[in-house]
Design a protein around this ligand. Structure first.
Ligand SMILES: NCc1[nH]cc(CCC(=O)O)c1CC(=O)O
Length: 311
C-alpha cells in the first residue's frame, strides 16, 4: 500500500505532533510520510490572532491540500480546530489526551500567582488566559506575545515578560518541562476546548481502508467522547478562538463529566457549570452545558464580548 501522506504546519510543535501520529501508525505497520504546508497563521507573526480573524487561520491551507488529495490527512492540535469544519471535512481521530492544565513557564527562579506582593508580567495571547488572570489574580499584568513556543521563550528571556502562560501539552512536547514553575488549577484555568489532544482531519475523498486504519491506530475512544462533548458546547456558543470560552470533559465510571463556561474579557464575571451523562449523549451534553451557561448570564457576556471584538 502507498504511504499515508500526513500534512502539517512547519512549526516544531506541529511537526512533533505529525511525527507522533506517524509513530502511532508505524506501530500498526502503516507507512506514512510527512508533508509540510505553510499556513496564513504562520506567515502573519506580528498581529494578534484575534485580529487576523480566527476562522481557520491555521487550517485553511491544509484543507486546500486535503481537498486536492496532495495529503491524505492533516494533523493539528485539537484545540486549534474550529467547532464546525467546512463541508466535506471531518475529524476522524483524537489521540489520548495529554495533561490538560495551563502552566506558567519562566526563566526566573520562582513564580507563583498567589504571591500578590511581587509585581508580575506574564506573556500570553489568549483572551481566555488574560481574562482568567484578571478574574482570579488581578495583581498580575499581561502582555500580548505571539509566535511559536521557541520564539515566545526567547522573547521572555530577552525581558519582555517574567513568564508565559502556556498549555502543559505544548511545553512538554517541546521538552521545556524544566521551565515549568507552576501548574494552574483546572477549576480556575479551565482549558480551551480540545487542549492536550491531537486531531486528525480528513476530506470525504479519503478511502475507507485508510480511514479505518488511521482510526484504529490513532483514535482514543475516551478522549473522543470528551472532545465530542466539549466541541458540541463550543459549537453552540460559536466561539472562535478569540472568545474566552472554556470546557473540559472527563471520562470516569463510564460517564462524561463536562464542565465549562465563559468569562468576560475584563474578568468581571465568570460563569462555570457542570453536566454529567453517558458517553453516547456527548453531543447533547455539550448543548445542555451551553444552555445552562447561556441562561446563567453567559448569553449577555457573549453578546458584550462580540460587540467589543467587532469594534
Ligand atoms: N494556541 C496555540 C496552541 N495550540 C495548541 C497548543 C498546545 C498544545 C495543546 O494544547 O494541545 C498551543 C500553545 C498553547 O496554548 O500554549
Amino acid at each position: 500500500m502507498k504511504p499515508i501522506k500526513i500534512g502539517t504546519r512547519g512549526s516544531k510543535l506541529a511537526l512533533y505532533q505529525a511525527h507522533y501520529v506517524a509513530e502511532l501508525l508505524a506501530q500498526r505497520q502503516i507507512k506514512s510520510e510527512i508533508v509540510i504546508i505553510d499556513t496564513k497563521g504562520d506567515q502573519i507573526m506580528d498581529v494578534a490572532i484575534s485580529k487576523i480573524g480566527s476562522k481557520g487561520v491555521f487550517t485553511e491551507e491544509l484543507e486546500i491540500q486535503l481537498e486536492k488529495g496532495v495529503i491524505d490527512i492533516a494533523v493539528h492540535s485539537a484545540k486549534d480546530m474550529q467547532s464546525t469544519l467546512p463541508e466535506g471535512f471531518e475529524l476522524i481521530a483524537f489521540t489520548a489526551r495529554e495533561k490538560t492544565n495551563d502552566v506558567i513557564v519562566s526563566h526566573h527562579g520562582s513564580v507563583n500567582l498567589a504571591d500578590t506582593a511581587k509585581p508580575l508580567v506574564l506573556g500570553t495571547s489568549s483572551t481566555r488566559r488574560v481574562a482568567t488572570l484578571k478574574h482570579y489574580y488581578p495583581h498580575v499584568m499581561t502582555t500580548e506575545i505571539r509566535g511559536n513556543l521557541q520564539t515566545r521563550i526567547a522573547k521572555m528571556e530577552a525581558g519582555v515578560c517574567d513568564g508565559l502562560v502556556l498549555a502543559y501539552a505544548g511545553v512538554h512536547r517541546m521538552g521545556y518541562d524544566s521551565l515549568i514553575k507552576q501548574t494552574l488549577s483546572l477549576d480556575e484555568f479551565t482549558p480551551a476546548v480540545g487542549q492536550g489532544s491531537i486531531a486528525v482531519e480528513a476530506y470525504q475523498g479519503l478511502g475507507h481502508t485508510f480511514r479505518h486504519q488511521i482510526t484504529q491506530a490513532v483514535h482514543n475512544a475516551e478522549t473522543g467522547f470528551c472532545l465530542q462533548a466539549e466541541r458540541s458546547y463550543l459549537r453552540v456558543l460559536d466561539g472562535g478562538c478569540s472568545i474566552p470560552i472554556f470546557a473540559l470533559a472527563n471520562y470516569t465510571d463510564n460517564q462524561i463529566h463536562l464542565n465549562g463556561g465563559i468569562v468576560d474579557l475584563d474578568g468581571t464575571r465568570r460563569i462555570h457549570k457542570q453536566v454529567i451523562g453517558p458517553p453516547e449523549s456527548a453531543e447533547s451534553l455539550g448543548k445542555e452545558l451551553a444552555n445552562l451557561v447561556l441562561d446563567a448570564g453567559g448569553g449577555e457576556i457573549l453578546t458584550s464580548i462580540k460587540q467589543q471584538l467587532n469594534k
